[in-house]
Design a binder for this molecule. Structure first.
Ligand code: ZN
Length: 509
Protein backbone atom coordinates (compact mmCIF):
# COMPACT_ATOMS: atom_id res chain seq x y z
CA UNK A 1 0.00 0.00 0.00
CA UNK A 2 1.07 3.53 -0.74
CA UNK A 3 2.37 5.31 2.36
CA UNK A 4 2.07 8.81 0.92
CA UNK A 5 -0.84 10.81 -0.40
CA UNK A 6 -0.70 14.09 -2.27
CA UNK A 7 -3.98 15.85 -3.01
CA UNK A 8 -4.66 19.19 -4.67
CA UNK A 9 -7.63 21.44 -5.40
CA UNK A 10 -7.67 23.43 -8.62
CA UNK A 11 -6.01 26.77 -8.00
CA UNK A 12 -8.88 29.23 -8.02
CA UNK A 13 -9.10 32.10 -10.42
CA UNK A 14 -8.28 35.03 -8.22
CA UNK A 15 -10.86 37.30 -9.87
CA UNK A 16 -13.75 35.06 -8.90
CA UNK A 17 -15.83 35.82 -5.86
CA UNK A 18 -15.68 32.62 -3.80
CA UNK A 19 -18.97 30.71 -3.90
CA UNK A 20 -20.15 27.39 -2.54
CA UNK A 21 -18.96 25.61 -5.69
CA UNK A 22 -15.34 26.46 -4.87
CA UNK A 23 -15.94 25.48 -1.27
CA UNK A 24 -17.43 22.14 -2.35
CA UNK A 25 -14.26 21.16 -4.24
CA UNK A 26 -12.00 22.31 -1.44
CA UNK A 27 -13.96 20.57 1.32
CA UNK A 28 -13.98 17.33 -0.70
CA UNK A 29 -10.21 17.47 -1.13
CA UNK A 30 -9.86 18.30 2.58
CA UNK A 31 -11.93 15.25 3.55
CA UNK A 32 -9.68 13.11 1.34
CA UNK A 33 -6.58 14.62 3.01
CA UNK A 34 -7.95 14.13 6.53
CA UNK A 35 -9.11 10.58 5.79
CA UNK A 36 -5.67 9.59 4.52
CA UNK A 37 -4.04 11.12 7.61
CA UNK A 38 -6.48 9.05 9.68
CA UNK A 39 -5.23 6.01 7.76
CA UNK A 40 -1.71 6.84 8.88
CA UNK A 41 -0.40 8.03 5.50
CA UNK A 42 2.03 10.89 5.10
CA UNK A 43 -0.20 13.51 3.48
CA UNK A 44 0.43 16.73 1.60
CA UNK A 45 -2.53 18.91 0.65
CA UNK A 46 -2.21 21.92 -1.66
CA UNK A 47 -4.54 24.69 -2.71
CA UNK A 48 -3.87 28.15 -4.10
CA UNK A 49 -4.74 30.91 -6.54
CA UNK A 50 -4.36 31.35 -10.29
CA UNK A 51 -3.34 34.98 -10.81
CA UNK A 52 -2.23 35.57 -14.39
CA UNK A 53 -4.06 36.16 -17.65
CA UNK A 54 -5.85 38.82 -19.59
CA UNK A 55 -8.97 38.80 -17.45
CA UNK A 56 -7.00 39.66 -14.31
CA UNK A 57 -5.09 42.39 -16.16
CA UNK A 58 -8.39 43.93 -17.35
CA UNK A 59 -9.97 43.80 -13.91
CA UNK A 60 -6.89 45.45 -12.39
CA UNK A 61 -7.05 48.22 -14.97
CA UNK A 62 -10.76 48.80 -14.34
CA UNK A 63 -9.93 49.16 -10.67
CA UNK A 64 -7.01 51.51 -11.27
CA UNK A 65 -4.44 49.12 -9.82
CA UNK A 66 -1.42 47.29 -11.14
CA UNK A 67 -2.15 43.59 -11.70
CA UNK A 68 0.12 42.62 -8.80
CA UNK A 69 -1.56 45.10 -6.43
CA UNK A 70 -4.92 43.86 -7.59
CA UNK A 71 -4.21 40.17 -6.92
CA UNK A 72 -2.48 40.98 -3.62
CA UNK A 73 -5.67 42.69 -2.50
CA UNK A 74 -7.89 39.68 -3.32
CA UNK A 75 -5.88 36.68 -2.17
CA UNK A 76 -6.53 37.23 1.58
CA UNK A 77 -10.27 36.65 1.07
CA UNK A 78 -9.52 33.20 -0.35
CA UNK A 79 -7.15 32.31 2.47
CA UNK A 80 -9.64 33.48 5.10
CA UNK A 81 -12.40 31.37 3.63
CA UNK A 82 -10.30 28.20 3.75
CA UNK A 83 -9.27 28.93 7.29
CA UNK A 84 -12.90 29.51 8.27
CA UNK A 85 -13.93 26.20 6.67
CA UNK A 86 -11.27 24.26 8.64
CA UNK A 87 -9.36 23.40 5.48
CA UNK A 88 -6.17 21.60 6.49
CA UNK A 89 -3.95 22.50 3.52
CA UNK A 90 -0.20 22.20 4.07
CA UNK A 91 0.65 24.82 1.48
CA UNK A 92 -1.02 27.61 -0.50
CA UNK A 93 0.55 28.50 -3.82
CA UNK A 94 0.11 31.74 -5.72
CA UNK A 95 1.15 31.66 -9.37
CA UNK A 96 2.74 35.11 -9.00
CA UNK A 97 5.26 33.68 -6.54
CA UNK A 98 8.88 33.40 -7.64
CA UNK A 99 9.00 29.68 -6.77
CA UNK A 100 6.28 29.08 -9.37
CA UNK A 101 7.56 31.42 -12.07
CA UNK A 102 11.12 30.10 -12.25
CA UNK A 103 10.04 26.45 -12.31
CA UNK A 104 7.37 27.05 -14.96
CA UNK A 105 10.02 28.64 -17.16
CA UNK A 106 12.36 25.76 -16.52
CA UNK A 107 9.64 23.26 -17.47
CA UNK A 108 8.75 24.90 -20.79
CA UNK A 109 12.39 25.56 -21.64
CA UNK A 110 12.93 21.83 -21.30
CA UNK A 111 10.12 21.07 -23.77
CA UNK A 112 11.37 23.76 -26.16
CA UNK A 113 14.88 22.28 -26.05
CA UNK A 114 13.56 18.80 -26.73
CA UNK A 115 11.68 19.98 -29.84
CA UNK A 116 8.14 19.70 -28.47
CA UNK A 117 7.41 23.43 -28.85
CA UNK A 118 7.24 25.39 -32.14
CA UNK A 119 6.12 28.81 -33.39
CA UNK A 120 3.07 29.16 -35.68
CA UNK A 121 0.34 31.58 -36.65
CA UNK A 122 -2.97 30.97 -35.00
CA UNK A 123 -6.45 32.31 -35.50
CA UNK A 124 -9.29 31.18 -33.35
CA UNK A 125 -12.42 31.93 -31.38
CA UNK A 126 -11.46 32.94 -27.90
CA UNK A 127 -13.48 33.30 -24.69
CA UNK A 128 -11.78 35.83 -22.44
CA UNK A 129 -13.51 34.42 -19.36
CA UNK A 130 -12.33 30.85 -20.02
CA UNK A 131 -9.00 32.09 -21.43
CA UNK A 132 -9.55 29.32 -23.92
CA UNK A 133 -10.03 28.84 -27.66
CA UNK A 134 -13.14 27.11 -28.98
CA UNK A 135 -13.94 25.35 -32.19
CA UNK A 136 -16.99 26.82 -33.98
CA UNK A 137 -19.01 23.64 -33.35
CA UNK A 138 -18.38 23.87 -29.60
CA UNK A 139 -20.14 27.23 -29.30
CA UNK A 140 -23.77 27.53 -28.31
CA UNK A 141 -25.55 30.17 -30.43
CA UNK A 142 -22.12 31.55 -31.23
CA UNK A 143 -21.36 32.05 -27.55
CA UNK A 144 -19.05 30.43 -25.01
CA UNK A 145 -20.66 27.16 -23.84
CA UNK A 146 -19.53 27.84 -20.26
CA UNK A 147 -20.14 31.57 -19.89
CA UNK A 148 -22.78 32.28 -22.51
CA UNK A 149 -20.86 35.39 -23.63
CA UNK A 150 -19.69 36.27 -27.17
CA UNK A 151 -16.27 34.92 -28.16
CA UNK A 152 -13.61 37.07 -29.82
CA UNK A 153 -11.73 36.29 -33.04
CA UNK A 154 -8.09 36.33 -32.03
CA UNK A 155 -5.22 36.08 -34.48
CA UNK A 156 -1.62 35.93 -33.31
CA UNK A 157 1.68 34.17 -33.60
CA UNK A 158 1.88 31.61 -30.81
CA UNK A 159 4.15 28.92 -29.55
CA UNK A 160 2.54 25.50 -29.78
CA UNK A 161 3.06 22.32 -27.83
CA UNK A 162 3.08 19.10 -29.88
CA UNK A 163 0.18 17.67 -27.90
CA UNK A 164 -0.99 15.49 -30.82
CA UNK A 165 2.29 13.57 -30.62
CA UNK A 166 1.15 12.15 -27.27
CA UNK A 167 -2.26 10.94 -28.41
CA UNK A 168 -1.24 7.29 -28.69
CA UNK A 169 0.50 7.32 -25.34
CA UNK A 170 -2.61 8.84 -23.71
CA UNK A 171 -5.07 6.42 -25.27
CA UNK A 172 -3.07 3.21 -25.33
CA UNK A 173 -1.12 3.58 -22.12
CA UNK A 174 -2.35 6.23 -19.72
CA UNK A 175 -6.12 5.74 -20.02
CA UNK A 176 -5.62 1.97 -20.24
CA UNK A 177 -4.20 1.87 -16.74
CA UNK A 178 -5.91 -0.11 -13.99
CA UNK A 179 -7.31 1.49 -11.93
CA UNK A 180 -8.35 4.17 -14.41
CA UNK A 181 -6.63 7.55 -13.92
CA UNK A 182 -10.00 9.36 -14.03
CA UNK A 183 -12.76 9.37 -11.39
CA UNK A 184 -15.61 8.74 -11.76
CA UNK A 185 -14.66 6.02 -14.28
CA UNK A 186 -17.80 6.89 -16.24
CA UNK A 187 -16.09 10.08 -17.42
CA UNK A 188 -13.16 8.21 -18.95
CA UNK A 189 -14.96 7.72 -22.27
CA UNK A 190 -15.57 11.43 -22.66
CA UNK A 191 -11.86 12.03 -22.10
CA UNK A 192 -10.82 9.31 -24.58
CA UNK A 193 -13.17 10.73 -27.21
CA UNK A 194 -11.66 14.15 -26.81
CA UNK A 195 -8.14 12.73 -27.01
CA UNK A 196 -8.89 10.92 -30.30
CA UNK A 197 -9.26 14.30 -31.96
CA UNK A 198 -6.22 15.83 -30.31
CA UNK A 199 -4.59 18.89 -31.92
CA UNK A 200 -1.42 20.71 -30.96
CA UNK A 201 -2.17 23.39 -28.44
CA UNK A 202 -1.12 27.00 -28.16
CA UNK A 203 1.02 27.72 -25.11
CA UNK A 204 1.77 31.43 -25.45
CA UNK A 205 0.14 34.84 -25.86
CA UNK A 206 1.72 38.02 -27.15
CA UNK A 207 -1.23 40.47 -27.04
CA UNK A 208 -0.88 41.20 -23.33
CA UNK A 209 1.92 40.93 -20.81
CA UNK A 210 0.40 39.84 -17.46
CA UNK A 211 1.93 36.39 -17.26
CA UNK A 212 5.20 34.50 -17.05
CA UNK A 213 7.51 35.38 -19.98
CA UNK A 214 8.55 32.63 -22.37
CA UNK A 215 12.22 32.32 -21.37
CA UNK A 216 13.61 32.08 -24.91
CA UNK A 217 11.25 34.77 -26.36
CA UNK A 218 10.05 37.21 -23.67
CA UNK A 219 7.67 39.05 -26.04
CA UNK A 220 5.36 36.16 -25.28
CA UNK A 221 3.87 35.14 -21.96
CA UNK A 222 3.01 31.53 -21.21
CA UNK A 223 -0.67 30.77 -21.71
CA UNK A 224 -2.31 30.82 -18.31
CA UNK A 225 -3.70 27.27 -18.44
CA UNK A 226 -0.46 25.47 -19.23
CA UNK A 227 1.25 27.67 -16.68
CA UNK A 228 -1.30 27.26 -13.87
CA UNK A 229 -1.46 23.46 -14.16
CA UNK A 230 2.20 23.31 -13.23
CA UNK A 231 1.40 24.63 -9.73
CA UNK A 232 0.85 21.04 -8.62
CA UNK A 233 4.53 20.32 -9.09
CA UNK A 234 6.14 23.75 -8.67
CA UNK A 235 4.73 23.78 -5.11
CA UNK A 236 6.67 20.54 -4.53
CA UNK A 237 9.90 22.16 -5.75
CA UNK A 238 9.95 20.43 -9.14
CA UNK A 239 12.27 19.16 -10.59
CA UNK A 240 14.59 18.04 -7.82
CA UNK A 241 13.10 19.04 -4.44
CA UNK A 242 12.58 16.50 -1.69
CA UNK A 243 8.83 17.15 -1.64
CA UNK A 244 8.61 16.44 -5.35
CA UNK A 245 10.50 13.17 -4.98
CA UNK A 246 8.36 12.21 -2.00
CA UNK A 247 4.85 13.17 -3.08
CA UNK A 248 4.54 13.22 -6.86
CA UNK A 249 2.51 11.75 -8.60
CA UNK A 250 -0.63 12.76 -6.75
CA UNK A 251 -4.39 13.15 -6.99
CA UNK A 252 -5.88 16.29 -8.61
CA UNK A 253 -9.43 17.24 -7.58
CA UNK A 254 -11.26 19.30 -10.24
CA UNK A 255 -14.73 20.29 -11.38
CA UNK A 256 -15.91 18.42 -14.46
CA UNK A 257 -15.66 21.59 -16.61
CA UNK A 258 -11.85 21.53 -16.36
CA UNK A 259 -11.44 17.77 -16.62
CA UNK A 260 -10.22 18.07 -20.22
CA UNK A 261 -7.18 20.12 -19.24
CA UNK A 262 -6.40 17.90 -16.31
CA UNK A 263 -6.88 14.53 -17.95
CA UNK A 264 -5.52 15.32 -21.43
CA UNK A 265 -3.20 18.32 -21.63
CA UNK A 266 -1.71 17.96 -18.16
CA UNK A 267 -0.59 14.30 -18.29
CA UNK A 268 0.71 14.79 -21.84
CA UNK A 269 2.79 17.83 -20.81
CA UNK A 270 4.26 15.88 -17.92
CA UNK A 271 4.97 12.81 -20.00
CA UNK A 272 6.71 14.96 -22.62
CA UNK A 273 8.97 16.35 -19.88
CA UNK A 274 9.75 12.91 -18.51
CA UNK A 275 7.60 13.41 -15.41
CA UNK A 276 5.00 10.88 -14.21
CA UNK A 277 1.39 11.90 -14.95
CA UNK A 278 -1.09 12.27 -12.05
CA UNK A 279 -2.19 9.01 -10.45
CA UNK A 280 -5.77 10.19 -10.58
CA UNK A 281 -7.88 13.15 -11.64
CA UNK A 282 -11.05 13.27 -9.56
CA UNK A 283 -13.83 15.23 -11.27
CA UNK A 284 -16.94 16.20 -9.38
CA UNK A 285 -20.18 17.47 -10.84
CA UNK A 286 -21.67 20.93 -10.70
CA UNK A 287 -23.68 22.40 -7.90
CA UNK A 288 -26.87 23.57 -9.50
CA UNK A 289 -29.09 26.27 -8.12
CA UNK A 290 -32.62 26.16 -9.50
CA UNK A 291 -31.31 23.71 -12.11
CA UNK A 292 -28.54 26.04 -13.38
CA UNK A 293 -24.80 26.01 -12.82
CA UNK A 294 -23.85 28.53 -10.19
CA UNK A 295 -22.06 31.58 -11.50
CA UNK A 296 -21.53 35.17 -10.59
CA UNK A 297 -22.74 36.38 -13.98
CA UNK A 298 -26.13 34.74 -13.39
CA UNK A 299 -26.25 35.91 -9.77
CA UNK A 300 -26.67 32.35 -8.57
CA UNK A 301 -23.34 32.40 -6.75
CA UNK A 302 -23.92 31.81 -3.04
CA UNK A 303 -21.11 32.79 -0.68
CA UNK A 304 -20.38 30.08 1.91
CA UNK A 305 -20.71 32.61 4.76
CA UNK A 306 -24.44 32.83 4.08
CA UNK A 307 -24.78 29.14 4.98
CA UNK A 308 -22.09 28.90 7.67
CA UNK A 309 -23.89 31.53 9.74
CA UNK A 310 -26.92 29.26 9.99
CA UNK A 311 -25.57 25.72 9.81
CA UNK A 312 -22.07 26.16 11.20
CA UNK A 313 -18.84 25.10 9.49
CA UNK A 314 -19.45 21.41 10.15
CA UNK A 315 -23.04 21.57 8.93
CA UNK A 316 -21.77 23.17 5.73
CA UNK A 317 -19.00 20.61 5.22
CA UNK A 318 -21.35 17.71 5.89
CA UNK A 319 -24.26 18.70 3.71
CA UNK A 320 -22.69 18.90 0.26
CA UNK A 321 -20.80 15.63 0.55
CA UNK A 322 -23.85 13.89 1.98
CA UNK A 323 -26.50 15.18 -0.38
CA UNK A 324 -24.69 14.76 -3.72
CA UNK A 325 -23.30 11.49 -5.04
CA UNK A 326 -19.70 12.61 -5.49
CA UNK A 327 -18.98 12.91 -9.21
CA UNK A 328 -22.59 13.70 -10.20
CA UNK A 329 -24.31 17.06 -10.50
CA UNK A 330 -26.39 18.05 -7.50
CA UNK A 331 -29.07 20.60 -6.82
CA UNK A 332 -28.60 22.93 -3.92
CA UNK A 333 -31.60 24.18 -2.02
CA UNK A 334 -31.93 25.80 1.37
CA UNK A 335 -34.91 23.58 2.22
CA UNK A 336 -32.99 20.40 1.57
CA UNK A 337 -30.01 21.63 3.58
CA UNK A 338 -32.26 22.57 6.49
CA UNK A 339 -34.07 19.22 6.40
CA UNK A 340 -30.88 17.17 6.36
CA UNK A 341 -29.18 19.26 9.01
CA UNK A 342 -32.06 18.85 11.44
CA UNK A 343 -32.79 15.19 10.67
CA UNK A 344 -29.26 13.81 10.51
CA UNK A 345 -27.06 16.15 12.53
CA UNK A 346 -29.29 17.82 15.15
CA UNK A 347 -31.81 14.99 15.74
CA UNK A 348 -29.55 12.17 14.58
CA UNK A 349 -25.96 12.36 15.78
CA UNK A 350 -26.47 15.33 18.14
CA UNK A 351 -29.41 13.80 20.02
CA UNK A 352 -27.78 10.39 20.20
CA UNK A 353 -24.69 11.87 21.82
CA UNK A 354 -26.54 13.99 24.36
CA UNK A 355 -28.89 11.13 25.25
CA UNK A 356 -26.12 8.57 25.80
CA UNK A 357 -23.87 10.96 27.73
CA UNK A 358 -26.81 12.03 29.95
CA UNK A 359 -27.65 8.38 30.68
CA UNK A 360 -24.06 7.62 31.66
CA UNK A 361 -24.08 10.65 33.96
CA UNK A 362 -27.37 9.72 35.61
CA UNK A 363 -26.86 5.95 35.94
CA UNK A 364 -23.08 5.46 36.18
CA UNK A 365 -21.89 8.60 37.87
CA UNK A 366 -20.41 9.84 34.58
CA UNK A 367 -17.96 6.95 34.17
CA UNK A 368 -17.99 4.60 31.14
CA UNK A 369 -19.38 1.34 32.59
CA UNK A 370 -17.73 -2.07 32.29
CA UNK A 371 -19.63 -4.32 29.85
CA UNK A 372 -18.10 -7.60 31.05
CA UNK A 373 -20.71 -10.13 32.19
CA UNK A 374 -23.72 -8.17 30.94
CA UNK A 375 -23.55 -8.55 27.15
CA UNK A 376 -26.39 -10.27 25.35
CA UNK A 377 -27.61 -10.70 21.77
CA UNK A 378 -28.69 -7.07 21.18
CA UNK A 379 -25.14 -5.83 21.96
CA UNK A 380 -23.61 -8.49 19.71
CA UNK A 381 -26.00 -7.63 16.88
CA UNK A 382 -25.37 -3.90 17.24
CA UNK A 383 -21.63 -4.40 17.36
CA UNK A 384 -21.76 -6.48 14.19
CA UNK A 385 -23.67 -3.74 12.32
CA UNK A 386 -21.17 -1.11 13.51
CA UNK A 387 -18.18 -3.21 12.49
CA UNK A 388 -19.60 -3.71 8.99
CA UNK A 389 -20.28 0.01 8.71
CA UNK A 390 -16.64 0.82 9.56
CA UNK A 391 -15.49 -1.48 6.75
CA UNK A 392 -17.98 0.08 4.31
CA UNK A 393 -16.84 3.58 5.32
CA UNK A 394 -13.21 2.75 4.70
CA UNK A 395 -13.94 1.16 1.34
CA UNK A 396 -16.07 4.13 0.24
CA UNK A 397 -13.54 6.80 1.20
CA UNK A 398 -10.72 4.90 -0.48
CA UNK A 399 -12.83 5.25 -3.67
CA UNK A 400 -13.66 8.95 -3.01
CA UNK A 401 -17.33 7.92 -2.68
CA UNK A 402 -17.84 10.37 0.19
CA UNK A 403 -21.64 10.05 0.14
CA UNK A 404 -21.33 6.30 0.66
CA UNK A 405 -18.97 6.89 3.59
CA UNK A 406 -21.61 9.14 5.16
CA UNK A 407 -24.26 6.48 4.47
CA UNK A 408 -22.20 4.08 6.57
CA UNK A 409 -22.03 6.64 9.38
CA UNK A 410 -25.78 7.16 9.15
CA UNK A 411 -26.27 3.39 9.49
CA UNK A 412 -24.46 3.44 12.84
CA UNK A 413 -26.56 6.37 14.08
CA UNK A 414 -29.88 4.79 13.09
CA UNK A 415 -28.92 1.40 14.45
CA UNK A 416 -27.77 2.95 17.75
CA UNK A 417 -31.08 4.76 18.16
CA UNK A 418 -33.06 1.59 17.44
CA UNK A 419 -30.87 -0.39 19.77
CA UNK A 420 -31.51 2.07 22.61
CA UNK A 421 -35.27 2.00 21.99
CA UNK A 422 -35.20 -1.81 21.93
CA UNK A 423 -33.12 -2.25 25.09
CA UNK A 424 -34.51 0.80 26.98
CA UNK A 425 -31.67 1.15 29.51
CA UNK A 426 -33.50 4.05 31.23
CA UNK A 427 -36.21 1.55 32.27
CA UNK A 428 -33.79 -1.21 33.27
CA UNK A 429 -31.85 1.28 35.41
CA UNK A 430 -34.76 1.39 37.87
CA UNK A 431 -34.20 -2.29 38.68
CA UNK A 432 -30.94 -2.91 40.63
CA UNK A 433 -30.84 -6.56 39.49
CA UNK A 434 -30.36 -5.31 35.89
CA UNK A 435 -27.17 -3.42 36.70
CA UNK A 436 -24.90 -5.54 34.48
CA UNK A 437 -27.35 -5.24 31.55
CA UNK A 438 -27.49 -1.47 31.88
CA UNK A 439 -23.69 -1.32 32.01
CA UNK A 440 -23.33 -3.44 28.86
CA UNK A 441 -25.91 -1.37 26.94
CA UNK A 442 -24.40 1.97 27.89
CA UNK A 443 -20.92 0.75 27.10
CA UNK A 444 -22.05 -0.26 23.60
CA UNK A 445 -23.79 3.08 23.09
CA UNK A 446 -20.73 5.03 24.25
CA UNK A 447 -18.50 2.93 22.04
CA UNK A 448 -20.72 3.85 19.09
CA UNK A 449 -20.12 7.53 19.93
CA UNK A 450 -16.38 6.93 19.95
CA UNK A 451 -16.55 5.31 16.52
CA UNK A 452 -18.71 8.17 15.22
CA UNK A 453 -16.24 10.78 16.47
CA UNK A 454 -13.42 9.01 14.62
CA UNK A 455 -15.31 8.33 11.39
CA UNK A 456 -16.83 11.80 11.21
CA UNK A 457 -13.54 13.57 11.91
CA UNK A 458 -12.61 14.08 8.21
CA UNK A 459 -16.08 15.55 7.53
CA UNK A 460 -16.92 17.49 10.70
CA UNK A 461 -13.57 18.02 12.44
CA UNK A 462 -14.73 20.57 15.04
CA UNK A 463 -17.84 18.67 16.16
CA UNK A 464 -15.85 15.43 16.24
CA UNK A 465 -13.27 17.06 18.49
CA UNK A 466 -16.01 18.28 20.87
CA UNK A 467 -17.56 14.82 21.02
CA UNK A 468 -14.13 13.32 21.65
CA UNK A 469 -13.57 15.71 24.54
CA UNK A 470 -16.97 14.75 25.99
CA UNK A 471 -15.96 11.09 25.86
CA UNK A 472 -12.93 11.92 27.99
CA UNK A 473 -10.48 9.76 26.01
CA UNK A 474 -6.97 10.68 27.10
CA UNK A 475 -5.30 10.13 23.71
CA UNK A 476 -6.11 12.94 21.26
CA UNK A 477 -8.47 12.51 18.30
CA UNK A 478 -5.61 13.58 16.02
CA UNK A 479 -3.62 10.58 17.19
CA UNK A 480 -6.31 8.07 16.17
CA UNK A 481 -5.46 5.81 13.23
CA UNK A 482 -7.54 3.39 11.19
CA UNK A 483 -7.93 0.46 11.26
CA UNK A 484 -7.05 0.28 14.99
CA UNK A 485 -9.35 3.17 16.02
CA UNK A 486 -12.23 1.54 14.13
CA UNK A 487 -12.11 -1.69 16.13
CA UNK A 488 -14.84 -2.26 18.65
CA UNK A 489 -13.90 -1.92 22.31
CA UNK A 490 -11.57 1.08 22.30
CA UNK A 491 -13.25 2.90 25.18
CA UNK A 492 -11.71 2.08 28.55
CA UNK A 493 -14.29 1.41 31.33
CA UNK A 494 -14.04 4.01 34.07
CA UNK A 495 -13.27 6.88 31.65
CA UNK A 496 -15.05 10.03 32.86
CA UNK A 497 -17.45 11.51 30.31
CA UNK A 498 -19.08 14.91 30.32
CA UNK A 499 -22.20 16.07 28.57
CA UNK A 500 -20.73 19.16 26.95
CA UNK A 501 -22.70 21.55 24.78
CA UNK A 502 -24.99 20.49 21.96
CA UNK A 503 -23.01 19.17 18.98
CA UNK A 504 -25.45 20.42 16.35
CA UNK A 505 -28.03 22.88 17.72
CA UNK A 506 -31.37 22.60 15.96
CA UNK A 507 -32.06 25.21 13.29
CA UNK A 508 -35.57 26.58 12.96
CA UNK A 509 -36.62 27.09 9.37
ZN1 ZN B 1 -16.05 31.04 -21.37
Amino acid sequence: MNSRFYVTTPIYYVNDVPHIGHAYTTVAADVAARFHRLKGLEVRFLTGTDEHGQKVARAAEENGRSPQEWVDSIVPAWKELWSRLDISNDDFIRTTEERHKTRVQEFWQRLYDSGDVYLAKYEGLYCVSCEEFYKPEELIDGKCPIHGIPVEVVSEENYFFRLSKYKDWLINEYYARTPAPVYPPSRLNEVINFARDLQDTSISRSTFSWGIPIPWDPKHVIYVWVEALLNYITALDYPDGELFKTFWPGVNFVGKDILRFHAVTWPAMLHAAGVDPPDLVVAHGWLLVGGEKMSKTKLTGIHPDQLIETFGVDGFRYYFLRDIAFGQDGNFSWESMLARYNAELANGIGNLASRVLALIESTSGGAVPDPVGGEQDPERAFRSVAEKAVVAYDDALERFAFHEGLDAIDTIVREANQYLVQTAPWKLAKDPSQRKRVDAILYAAAEALRLLAVLLSPFTPAASARLWTSLGVSEGLDAQRLPAAGRWGGLVPGTKVSKGESLFPRVDG
